[in-house]
Design a protein around this ligand. Structure first.
Ligand code: AR6
Length: 182
């Protein structure tokens, strides 16, 4: 399907990439953190390794961060100016955890807007160690981001950074269904 970008400005503001979020050149990268903001495995481990030891010092000073909330620090050795430490739900109950996951994306976008972040990249929050089913998480991520973009000018650009080809396919399919990707 051919996308008419003039008629669909939201599509112009969304990107989908496959790869390591720490290598992306954007104003802020989001990491999928835990409530203590003390670093960990998965994407959080990669972000902390790439940013250097100053990151954990800064993030732990802003802890605790309950699920659904986010905190912002400098990016240190990353090319991104900021890291947004977003805490998703540990999956237990679909109805409750869907709301918390949406809140996590919303908190991150709101924090980004407050800091004049023009471009932000999200990993697939909660879908690794925290066990959130990937299809539902993808729907929530895309729905929350598109709703935000419809009513806010900042951030201007949002990148969904998938780490597996399966996630990339999932996001591509959902974005296409919504007329937001080719
Ligand atoms: N770039 C982009 N995405 C990545 C990368 C990367 N370098 N590495 C992994 N992913 P997870 P969670 C993807 O487990 O489920 C940590 O220990 C990964 O494939 O990182 O929210 C924290 O400190 C998956 O799709 O985050 C917390 O304790 C996604 O990132 C806990 O894990 C999220 O997987 C948070 O668990």
């Amino acid at each position: 399907m051919e996308i008419d970008h003039m008629a669909n400005p939201i599509a112009n503001r969304i990107r989908l990439v496959l790869g390591d979020i720490t290598t992306l050149d954007c104003d802020a990268v989001v990491t999928a953190a835990n409530a203590s903001l003390c670093g960990g495995g998965g994407v959080d481990g990669a972000v902390h390794r790439a940013a250097g030891p100053e990151l954990v010092r800064d993030s732990m000073a802003l802890a605790p961060c309950p699920a659904g909330e986010a905190r912002i620090t400098e990016g240190h050795r990353l090319s991104a100016r900021f890291v947004i430490h977003a805490v998703g739900p540990i999956f237990r109950d679909m109805t409750e955890d869907k709301k918390t996951l949406a809140k996590t994306y919303h908190s991150s976008l709101s924090l980004a807007a407050q800091h004049d972040v023009a471009s932000i990249a999200f990993p697939c929050i909660s879908t690794g160690v925290y066990g959130f089913p990937a299809d539902a998480a993808c729907e929530i991520a895309i729905e929350t981001v598109t709703e935000w973009l419809r009513s806010n000018d900042m951030p201007q650009f949002v990148t969904f950074c998938c780490f597996s080809p399966q996630d990339q396919t999932r996001y591509q399919k959902r974005l296409s269904e919504l007329g937001l990707a080719e």
